[in-house]
Write a protein that binds this ligand. Structure first.
Ligand SMILES: NC(=O)c1ccc[n+]([C@@H]2O[C@H](COP(=O)([O-])OP(=O)(O)OC[C@H]3O[C@@H](n4cnc5c(N)ncnc54)[C@H](OP(=O)(O)O)[C@@H]3O)[C@@H](O)[C@H]2O)c1
Length: 275
């Protein structure tokens, strides 16, 4: 049944960890008895046992010793304490570790865990509803910590359980964090602002929000499904002297393109300093 791991440990099973485990269980390629998750507090471990039906413990080391693949979903501030210890180095030697932490780059992980194959991944919160986008990377093949194709495939399989995936070069991960990790929050702001415009012109708030959300979903699907450039799609709906081009010129007056592009740039710069 499996060409994946025989056992998966999720270290620090909070919001993202739980979403990923739930997705893997939904996808059905890994039995729940092959998964162990960890938490800082026993009460949380108990809640995870009930909610996910998997083993849960507060003993990170024992969980890592028992698993073949470790998915680290801890906050970046916890990484050094938990991973940079001689016992953890031994527990993870020869295994695959996948980290989703913002700002913790592969070079740093490689210094802590010199004998562990590494994959870094940046999912986003729509993963919670199976609509995520996860971008992964690994170190070059000649590097000691490089994940092989099978290990990368395994990481992709995990994240494919909660949405779409793609691979980029490791040096691009801060940009990925700024666009893919932070991106949903930027879209929420844009979506709310457009709904505000509808409210200003008399729409009830709930109607305006529903409409705005579907506009984003529909427009995104047009880009993905037609493979047309957004500019071409925009040109299709701008009648000469019409209302849409009038709205677009107002956006351009507000320098919306540079504001949004700089938003991603700024988020990426901050992401680079997080680890
Ligand atoms: N949320 C996002 O949009 C997003 C997107 C991409 C990547 N990420 C990355 O994903 C990671 C997790 O984010 P999150 O939003 O899922 O955070 P979260 O909900 O806070 O999850 C982290 C979990 O780790 C647990 N933890 C803390 N110390 C621990 C310990 N010593 N042993 C075991 N577990 C411990 C926390 O438990 P307590 O609450 O008890 O401390 C919490 O349940 C972060 O590194 C973040 O950068 C997040």
């Amino acid at each position: 049944m499996l060409d994946g791991p025989r056992s998966l440990c999720v270290l620090g099973c909070g919001t993202m960890g739980e979403a990923i485990v739930a997705g893997v269980l939904r996808a059905g390629w890994l039995p729940r008895e092959n998964i162990v998750v960890t938490a800082r507090r026993e009460a949380v471990a108990e809640r995870l046992r009930t909610r996910l039906g998997v083993a849960a413990t507060t003993d990170n080391l024992a969980a890592c010793e028992a698993a073949e693949v470790v998915l680290v979903c801890l906050k970046p501030q916890r990484f050094a304490d938990i991973l940079d210890t001689p016992k953890m180095r031994a527990a993870l030697a020869g295994k695959l570790l996948i980290s989703i932490a913002a700002g913790v780059n592969l070079d740093k992980l490689a210094r802590w865990l010199p004998q562990t194959a590494l994959v870094r991944a940046m999912p986003n919160t729509p993963s919670l509803i199976g609509e995520g986008m996860t971008v992964v990377c690994r170190l070059p093949a000649e590097t000691a910590n490089a994940a092989n194709d099978e290990q990368l495939g395994l990481a992709l399989r995990i994240f494919a359980s909660v949405g779409e995936c793609l691979e980029v070069e490791a040096k691009l991960m801060d940009a990925v964090t700024g666009l893919n990790g932070s991106g949903p929050a930027f879209v929420y702001v844009m979506l709310e602002a457009m709904a505000d415009g509808g409210v200003m012109m008399g729409l009830p708030r709930d109607v305006a929000l529903t409409m705005a959300a579907h506009v984003f979903r529909g427009a995104a699907a047009m880009v993905l499904d037609t493979d047309m450039h957004p500019a071409a799609l925009k040109d299709q709906v701008t009648t000469p002297a019409g209302c849409t081009i009038a709205g677009i010129l107002t956006m351009e007056d507000g320098r919306i393109r540079s504001v949004l592009a700089r938003t991603v740039q700024e988020a990426a710069k901050v992401a680079a300093k997080l680890g």
